[in-house]
Design a protein around this ligand. Sequence first.
Ligand code: FAD
Length: 371
Amino acid sequence: MNFDALIIGGGIHGSATAYHLANAGIKALVLEKDYVGRHASGVNAGGVRLLGRDLAEVPLSKEAMTRWQTLDQELDTDTGFRRRSLINIAIDDADMGKISSRINQLAELGYDHEVQINQQELRERLPHVAPNCVGGVVSEQDGYAIPYKATSAYRLAAERAGVVFHEGESVQSLRQIGDNWQVKTDKATYDAGILINCSGAWADKTAVLMGDNVPLSHSAPMLMITTRMPHFAGPVVGAISRQLSFKQFENGTVLIGGGAKGFADRDNNRTTLDYKKLALAAETTKTFFPIMKKAVINRMWAGLEAYMPDNLPVIGAGVNARNAYHAFGFSAHGFQLGPVVGDVITQLITTGKTSFDLNSFRIDRFERKVL
Ligand SMILES: Cc1cc2nc3c(=O)[nH]c(=O)nc-3n(C[C@H](O)[C@H](O)[C@H](O)COP(=O)(O)OP(=O)(O)OC[C@H]3O[C@@H](n4cnc5c(N)ncnc54)[C@H](O)[C@@H]3O)c2cc1C
């Protein structure tokens, strides 16, 4: 079977890339070894966060944020997106100092989306915050979406535009023959002009098959969700110097993250929870919000995520093969970038360029031997 483009991985980035390619008239096949949204893209915290982004990511993240505001209409499906301010709480003067210098740094680059707030403003926005918290930083445009819904929304929009998705089909080998790629899976062989690696926590394996060698690691960030509680937090909440992260949904449940990691076994698609770390994350939440002492944890889970040594993704063309592209390594903050990365890859494929500076995301920014 022949396709213009073949995408390996049916997470949010594979699905969104397929959608943008189809809109540009490129016929794509997405191969997904499990099912679309099975891994990080379907089970993450849904945080749509511009606040605190690495400076290299700010332009992409700002563009993604603009697109999230109207994504439901664009994809004609509910992604669960809700715009909510995101506040990172400061507990002392040192935290407030970090906020000021970050805001100055952003201002020098022409950005004004992060705003410092004092103790009174913090309390007005979050009346239940602990009295020792002294202020914070807020980004007004941020929010959250429902990960499985958003990933499926891209998949459905892509299918309507003519993209073919094959689930339960794992790519096993890749071979470049002339300008074309021959792709062998556990079920069939395909020919494609262009190959795109959106393989998430397995992307280093796919990259090697494409001739590119990257120091990707993988891990299992964990989440827990409470039963319904009285409404006490409108904004999404984080902290400057503590592992605190939670959001309260409209139904009252509270999703708690914070970056604690469990144990990852990507070869068997398995994660194992580390309950001690989860207990610590729950403790931190109670320290900042004493009302959370009444919380009842309903469910806990983890997902397999790809991390790069500098916590920045790989986005752009491959270096050791023609007609090869990568979008992976999102290091626990790739969901928010869903609306923009696939479009950037499509621009690279159709025009050879993009208005975004992708230098920090090059696959060859690490010292690795060419295979
Ligand atoms: C618990 C958790 C919380 C998170 N919270 C947030 C958050 O709040 N905000 C945020 O922005 N980000 C968050 N993230 C990160 C975000 O989920 C990821 O960065 C993003 O979903 C990555 O998308 P992806 O498409 O690159 O990867 P994935 O969703 O992992 O998709 C890759 C797919 O490729 C498939 N695949 C791999 N190899 C092959 C092969 N050989 N053949 C066929 N298919 C293959 C896999 O099965 C997988 O489905 C979180 C992640 C986790 C795990």
